[in-house]
Structure formats: C-alpha cells, structure tokens
Design a binder for this molecule. Structure first.
Ligand code: CUA
Length: 328
C-alpha cells in the first residue's frame, strides 16, 4: 500500500516537473517586469564584456604569439594609462549597475497604503499556506484570489519555521519568519492562474509547499468573496450528519468550519469551502473525491511527515467524505 502511494507521489512530482516552470521572465505584474528588465540589462552588459574580453584575449594570443625569437618582449609596467583605463571602466560599469539597481528598487518598493488596497495576511505552516482576507473576514488556504490591477498589501507570518513566499511571475521572494512581521505587495496585471512555491527549505515536504495565485476580474473576485463568506453547508442525509459530527468534533482541533476564523494556532486549513479549491495538502494534489479518500486512508503515505497523522475507520471516513463533498 505504502509503496503504491510512494510511486504515485513520485509520479506526481515527475509530472509537475514536466510542466514549464513559471519564470519571472514571463512576467504578468509590475514587480516581476521591473525585475526582468534589470536581469536582461545586466545579462546584456555581462555578455558584451564577455565577448569583448574573450575576443581581445584570442586576438592577442594569435597576434603576439611566439615566432621563435628567444628574447623577452618589451616589459610594460608603471604606465599610468594602464591603471586609469581599467579603473575608469570598472567605475563606469558598476556605476551603471548601481543606478539600474536603485531604479528597480524604487520601482518595486511598496506603494503607499490606500483604501482601495486588498489587505491579506499570509501564514506559513509546515507545509501549506494560510490566506486570511482581513477586511473581507475570510480564511482560506493554498489558493490566493486577487482582483486584476489591484494593489495587494501582504503581511507575512510563520507559525513554525522560516518559509519564503514567491510567485515568480508576479512578485519577488520575501522570507516568512516566525516572530517577525514582514510585508510585501503584489499586483496581477493579467487574469489567470500563477504558480507559487515556498522558496526557503523548511523540512521534508518543502517541495510540496505550493500555492496558486488566481488573478480574476473584480466581478469574479467579488462573487468569490460573497461565496466564501457564506456559512458552512448544513448536513442533510444521515451520512452527512454523522460526517458533520466528526468534522465539528475530533477534526475541529485542527480545522475550522467558520469561514471567518483566522486562528493561526489551528494546525490545518479552514474547511468551510474546501471544494471551492482545486488542490489540497499545500497545493500538491488535485482535490477530487478519489484523492481525498486516498488522503484520509493514509495521509503519511501521500505526504510523509505532515502534521495530520490520523487513523479513521472506513465507515467514518465515508461519512466525513460524504459531508466534505458538499463544502463548495
Ligand atoms: Cu515552507 Cu519551504
């Protein structure tokens, strides 16, 4: 059994590795486009220097190669021009880099807070991301919805170790450090889904600490918010009722069914609208009934080392799933 899941996990990682990895060079935001510009400028500069230096070296090697004469060529030292020219070149090139860098830093610096901003708290957990919408009073996980063209002010917190929040096509990386309040900002210029990844090694499942940023129209975002604010589904059938008892009983130590509960001490994500999300377990697996069943059969086989180490009877598992499937 364990081996089967091991192979499945391996296959999932392999398949995801085959997808084109998101690059900041394909930017869809003001931040990553400024970063990409700086990268290209420095790359071109470095390439020109490489071509010039290598070319000069090859030319000198050929032009002044030994032609059999034994005597040493004239020795040059102490010539001021040979000191001034390199110093001037280094100062000029470094000065240019410095100006580019300062310009980029200024361009990506957080804009002044405005009332129209979206305020989000990102909490790093081993190994998943909590997203709290402070003004909308919604807590969700692993999928960050933002309206296109809106400035998003992000507060970063960790409940355990150091993580790093990174959406290559949208923003740079910022460390998420326990006990320290870091901030960053985001803005998506294009509607779409953009992959994010924890960029600081944080333990066994660091690689499976992924997330998605879903940039959508203001209209779609508002509709999503309205849905997320709704209370959890009330159980109807006998199975759903039994499942609900479990979810609000034993499971409640780690998971919440209150859409507005932002208790970072809870070890697991808010489940109120679980099935409105496409992935689970740190954005690592597609959220389907089959995968959820596999997860509840043996969470440790699917994502070894995670904090959810539970055993439930098959009957109870079916009841929990019967209820969870309705959490849209
Ligand atoms: Cu969290 Cu790596």
């Amino acid at each position: 059994m364990l081996r089967k899941y091991g192979v499945l996990t391996g296959l999932a990682i392999l398949l995801s590795a085959c997808q084109p990895s998101p690059s900041f060079l394909v930017s869809t935001s003001p931040i990553s486009s400024h970063e990409a510009d700086l990268y290209k400028e420095v790359l071109i500069e470095a390439a020109l220097i490489f071509v010039f230096v290598t070319g000069a070296l090859i030319w000198i090697l050929i032009r002044y190669r030994s032609r059999g004469d034994k005597a040493l060529p004239p020795q040059i030292h102490g010539k001021t021009s040979w000191i001034i020219i390199p110093v001037f070149l280094i100062v000029a090139l470094d000065g240019m880099d410095f100006v580019w860098m300062v310009q980029t830093m200024k361009a990506v610096a957080a804009p002044q807070q405005a009332v129209s901003d979206l305020n989000i708290r990102v909490v790093g957990h081993r190994w998943w991301w909590e997203f709290d919408y402070l003004d909308q009073k919604i807590a969700t996980a692993n999928e960050l919805h933002i309206p296109v063209g809106t400035t998003v002010q992000v507060a970063l917190e960790s409940v355990d170790v150091i993580h790093s929040f990174w959406v290559p096509q949208i923003s740079g990386k910022t460390d998420v450090i326990p006990g320290q309040h870091n901030t960053m900002w985001l803005e998506g210029n294009e509607v779409g889904e953009f992959l994010g990844q924890c960029a600081e090694f944080c333990g066994t499942e660091h690689a499976l600490m992924r997330f998605k940023v879903i940039v959508e129209s203001q209209e779609d975002f508002d509709a999503w918010v309205a849905d997320q604010q709704k209370p959890a589904y009330q159980p109807q059938t006998e199975d759903e009722k039994a499942g609900y008892e479990e979810v609000t009983g034993a499971c409640a130590a780690c998971h919440s069914l209150d859409p507005s509960e932002m208790d970072t001490d809870k070890v697991g994500p808010n489940l109120t609208h679980l099935f409105s999300r496409g992935t689970f377990a740190g954005g690592s697996f597609e959220l389907t009934e089959e995968n959820l069943r596999m997860w509840l059969e043996d969470t440790q086989a699917m994502k070894p080392g995670n904090d959810m180490d539970i055993k439930v009877l098959p009957k109870v598992r079916d009841q929990i799933i019967a209820y969870l499937l309705n959490l849209k």
